[in-house]
Design a protein around this ligand. Structure first.
Ligand code: DLL
Length: 433
């Protein structure tokens, strides 16, 4: 039987959800207009005042907010409460310039925890479960989000964080973990490691809550079969709070968006025009209950489809499909957000020509990043040891910029194929979408 964390909210009538959204949106628009000069300026530039927004039907009048706005306003420019009311900061994995810093009041943390608790219950979780969290803890929202949700539900929470597979499996066996929370690629790696060690019968897992990166239906089947569990998708982004913005239910056909907190729209990424339900486009979120860092009409760059078709689980909140791609060039590698422009900056700073290729692949369920860089003719005459030294320098500089290891291969001048149109800088062999 389907269970809910907050049935009166998760299964509310559409009219009720609409009423919550209308009321909360109007209040939030007034709030940011009053407290955030950055928003007021943007609204004034568009000729909108809070009086123009009387319900969600007026949402389209508001300006969009993008990652560029977040960068312009970094770090405090979008804060809607005094810093002294904030209790937490989280951040994305991107680096300077691209880094997103999000602030939370205690109420913001509570609502985030609640969203994650809903996700855990939708995956069959109860207070009697042992929730094994191996998303990263720290600035990344994965660990703290699922940890908070598990606490809220009253489950026994294992804050494992990522890495150390041996210890993960040991704890899983010894402490009887029943719900696994991690990225799908790590879940697949764990599944394989458990299988290889022949300890599957010592594992009590029944469900997994996997997100933070794209994964396919094939990958779901593989993880489900290897671990003998049901694998649920969870979506979210730091800007909007973290994991739990939406989550899958027993139907496993898309993720219910927590519409009492977030209004979702789908727009044409080129024109900004709002698209009707069922059409594919860029997902835009408005957070209507957050206090410290409420974002209005934030463009996620994730491409997906929304559906209000009746769901067999009984939840009434709109469902989003798995993201089907991005409308910008951001890559998610080992859970870290990487922009090709960051790689280019490193290469340029070190005096390399702009001829390079970024190759992303997945081996043994782990992402690999390789950067092939053309040498200048002068460099090409260097000895092998000189070239290795230069590669090592670039590996270090890329690690400092991206936070992850990238294999670097220096190649002969003019050896990277020139494209006749746009340069093909990124070859992503993972086939995730
Ligand atoms: O990845 C939050 C999260 C943590 C979600 C744990 C789920 C589980 P960011 O690091 O800010 O936040 O990255 C957000 O990751 O815009 C999507 O492009 C991508 N993403 C997140 N969840 C999914 C998913 C966290 N289930 C960006 N499927 C988003 C595909 C996802 N892509």
């Amino acid at each position: 039987m389907e269970r809910y964390f907050q049935p009166e909210i998760e299964c509310a009538s559409r009219e009720q959800i609409q009423a919550w959204q209308d009321e909360r949106l109007v209040k939030k628009v007034r709030d940011v207009y009053e407290h955030v000069p950055y928003y007021r300026k943007k609204m004034e530039e568009k000729g909108v005042t809070p009086d123009d927004v009387r319900s969600t039907a007026d949402l389209h009048k508001l300006p969009f907010l993008t990652k560029d706005d977040l960068r312009d306003a970094y770090p405090y420019g979008l804060l809607a409460r005094p810093l002294s009311d904030c209790v937490r900061i989280q951040s994305t994995s991107g680096t300077t310039g691209r880094r997103v810093v999000a602030f939370y009041t205690q109420n913001d943390i509570d609502l985030w925890d609640t969203c994650c608790a809903r996700a855990i219950v939708a995956a069959g979780g109860t207070k009697d479960d042992v929730v094994h969290v191996c998303y990263g803890y720290g600035l990344f929202t994965g660990g703290p989000g699922l940890n908070g949700g598990s606490h809220k539900l009253g489950s026994l929470t294992l804050p494992m964080s990522s890495g150390n597979t041996e210890r993960q499996i040991q704890f899983m066996c010894d402490l009887g973990s029943t719900i696994l929370c991690c990225t799908p690629s790590y879940a697949a790696y764990l599944a394989e490691s458990i299988y290889e060690r022949g300890v599957r019968d010592k594992i009590k897992l029944k469900a997994g809550i996997f997100g933070a990166e794209a994964w396919t239906e094939e990958m779901r089947q593989d993880i489900q079969n290897k671990l003998g569990i049901k694998a649920y998708d969870i979506y979210g982004l730091t800007e909007i709070s973290g994991p739990g913005v939406s989550f899958e239910c027993s139907e496993q056909t898309g993720m219910h968006i927590n519409e009492d907190h977030f209004i979702a729209e789908i727009i044409d990424p080129n024109t900004g025009e709002v698209l009707p339900e069922g059409e594919k486009g860029e997902l835009v979120f408005t957070s209507i209950t957050k206090e410290a860092f409420p974002l209005l009409r934030y463009r996620t760059r994730d491409i997906c489809v929304l559906s209000r078709k009746k769901c067999s689980c009984g939840r009434t909140h709109v469902k989003m499909s798995k993201p089907m791609g991005r409308s910008d060039d951001m890559l998610i590698i080992k859970g870290v957000n990487v922009f090709p422009s960051q790689i280019e900056t490193v290469l340029m700073n070190k005096g390399y020509p702009a001829n390079y290729q970024i190759i992303v692949s997945r081996e043994n369920n782990s992402d690999r990043l390789e950067v092939q860089v053309e040498m200048t003719p002068e460099m090409f005459s260097d000895s092998v040891s000189e070239i290795s030294k230069k590669e090592k320098e670039l590996i270090d500089a890329l690690k400092a910029m991206l936070g992850i290891y990238a294999k670097v291969k220096l190649v002969a001048p003019k050896s990277i194929t020139r494209s006749e149109g746009k340069a093909v800088r990124v070859i992503d062999n993972r086939n995730l979408y």
